[in-house]
Design a protein around this ligand. Sequence first.
Ligand SMILES: Cc1ncc(COP(=O)(O)O)c(C=O)c1O
Length: 486
Amino acid sequence: MGEEALARPVLGMIGPTRRDKDLALAQALCEMLRNRILDGLWRHGEKLPGTRVIAKDAGVSRWTAVMAVDMLLAEGLVETRRRSGTYVNWAGAGPELRPSSRPAHGQSETVKPHAPFAVGVPGLDLFPMQIWRRLQAKRWRDMPVDALQAGHDGGWPELRAAVAAHVGSARGIKCAAEQVFITAGMHAAILLVSEVLCRPGSVAWTEDPGYFRTRTALKAANLAPVAVAVDDQGISVDDGRRLAPKAPLAVLTSTYQFPTGVTLSDARKRQLLEWSAESGSFILEDDFGCEARAPRAATLPLAAMSNAPRVVYMNTFTTTIFPSLRLSYLIVPRAVVDRFAEAVRRADRYATIPNQIVLADFMAAGHFAKHIRRCRDAYEERRGVLESALRDECPDVVAGPPLASGLHLCIRFKRRIDDLAVAAAAQDAGLLVDPLSRFYAGPPQETGLVLGFAGFRPETLREAAKRLGNVLEAFVVQPDRAAAGA
Ligand SMILES: Cc1ncc(COP(=O)(O)O)c(C=O)c1O
């Protein structure tokens, strides 16, 4: 590791007592070191300079440097090796800087995917990497031969059981492990559902605005997505009935509609189940983001209702573990379990098994539930920070309180501002904002922005909100830039 001089912002901090002062200095130094690790300047496995060097470079006492390194140790970002020293123990760069994963919604492939406010990025800085690594290493030391074979129809049995237990306690869904099908992401799940439940060429309800990858997956399965309006109660069943009363499938987000954050109302749930019973249609319920925030009223998914024989439940580990794991799951009604198993076999739709085993261990040992609780608290804080920063930085632009899921905010503009132009200007300022209009299949009814907050630390969000405020200011003071389109 290079021993370049550390910057010295810590010198200016003087607290009221000696002890307070030492602690403040140590915290400031710890933050500086932490940023070096999270920003990828100090890489995983590299040796830290000794505390004597750190102290000298930062202009603090050795004792302060020791305290700062101890704080990093407690956070798990570094580890000590006996008689050798202290090493970086963080396998990924900070979430904002990781360049390798897929782009956020609606953005071009060339854009860095983890700039603030990328949507769908969970708090990767919160993920207990050490525990995962330990479980993974343990499993590979003693991997059952069975795990090396293909042919586990719905996934690794212990993971299917762990998922069934999780949705039972967390989402009120009563199901057996054999009803759980682990898939390699949502796209694969939608292909499987479409293949089993619909004839090629059929229409399927999708939400408008909605997740564009849902439409892409349905099209890939040779179905024709029909854009059904969403209002403040969720998907409009009247609109769906008007447009495609006999559609064999409706795909919708329920706890937090994507991207508006609206919760599907009880009245809409009843209407949906009535329609499903009348027309024999299936509902594919995407419960995306339900773990990230406690539901406003203790809303249960459709799949937890007793009279929901044609509801297939879908959820993902993208937001609760990490996106590159590529594991999602379906809970299918008992009556169609065999058809799903047969379709998995026929089209070789298996998801990789070794990761499923590690995930099963992670869940069985209680780490999953603990991680979700930790993320909820952090996301609550991050959401609050972003909401108040937007109030301060963009007071003239944002209409009403933003709607929030556990992972992003959906803000609407007070006046007609072209959100595509805002997104382009924001991109020049290093921000990845999703224009609301991009989520509409047809002409957008509203313009605004969808801003992911879960993956970004509070200080990053504050600073990014300031930059967004500057971007938006130009659209307010220069009416000619505020397009009439949208
Ligand atoms: C509405 C919605 N559903 C599902 C997913 C998860 O997709 P996957 O499991 O393929 O990562 C996302 C990802 O951002 C999403 O936005």
